[in-house]
Design a protein around this ligand. Structure first.
Ligand code: GSH
Length: 254
């Protein structure tokens, strides 16, 4: 398989269901970037099984040897450049694209604080999201859910009380990095009856506001005619909820 042609225009390699890719998709949209979307199939449609690293297309592994989406690629002076890992992609976009739609505050300390929120969320909250689904006995599900409640309560202390964005009037890389998992809260509700607790009203308000954001709506498209985006995403996560998923996230966050 030859794959997409890499040109000067930015290429965004994604998979419709991937929250990590959605982080970068949000940043691309909010920064009004000119890019081409490429949907990469991470599963074999015949078996519905995830491809192993060696089974992924060579052109893709050349862009990202880790074999994961998202990937950004473009040509400059005849040379192909690629960037991967969602948070690094987002920092790259912030540096590479015009600054009119900046997604980081100006002051170095404020920038550093945003990165601390993102880093802590990625190392603590994200694994807990998968663990609540992947763990199969009530006791260890509760342990993961309690961990997530503690994380939510800490975030509630940090979020702007009015919004609409996490930090107030301006969307930042914090919104891009956190939002995909908040947009998936209904999945935890469905499979594990877990929701944002009542003592986190600002997080609940932010999630609702962000669901309506045009840059976010753009990233929530059903891949085919087999149900709404939400229904198809719910179905995708069934494999996590019954612990049969063979994706890298299922392995990484067990
Ligand atoms: N740390 C990576 C994680 C990306 C990731 O896990 N992407 C998943 C899809 S949601 C993937 O491409 N998995 C490949 C596989 O499971 O084979 C990032 O932040 O970009």
């Amino acid at each position: 398989m030859s794959g997409p042609e890499i040109q000067e225009r930015l290429l965004f390699v994604s998979s419709w269901f991937c929250p990590f890719a959605q982080r970068t998709w949000l940043a691309l949209n909010e920064k009004r970037a000119d890019y081409e979307y490429y949907e990469l199939s991470l599963k074999d449609p015949a078996t519905n099984q995830w491809y192993q690293l060696g089974e992924k297309p060579k052109w893709f592994l050349n862009l990202n040897p880790l074999g994961k989406v998202p990937v950004l690629a473009y040509k400059e002076g005849g040379k192909t450049h690629s960037v991967y890992e969602s948070l690094i992609c987002n920092e790259f976009l912030e540096e590479h694209l015009p600054k009119e739609q900046t997604l980081l505050p100006e002051h170095p300390v404020a920038k550093a604080h945003d990165r601390i929120i993102i880093d802590s969320f990625s190392s603590k909250f994200v694994p807990l999201f998968y663990r609540i689904l992947l763990r199969q006995d009530a006791e260890s599900q509760k342990e993961a859910a309690d961990g997530m409640l503690a994380e939510l309560r800490q975030l509630e202390q940090k979020i702007h009380p009015v919004g609409p964005f996490f930090q107030g009037q301006q969307m930042t890389l914090v919104d891009c990095a956190l939002l995909p998992w908040f947009l998936r809260m209904y999945i935890l509700k469905h499979y594990r009856d877990f929701s944002i607790p009542e003592d986190c009203p600002n997080l609940a308000r932010w999630t609702k506001d962000m669901e309506q954001l045009p840059a976010a709506k753009e990233t929530q498209k059903a891949p085919d005619g087999n149900g709404t985006y939400e229904e198809q995403l719910l179905f995708h996560y069934q494999r996590y909820a019954d612990a049969t998923a063979k994706s890298t996230s299922a392995r990484d966050f067990k």
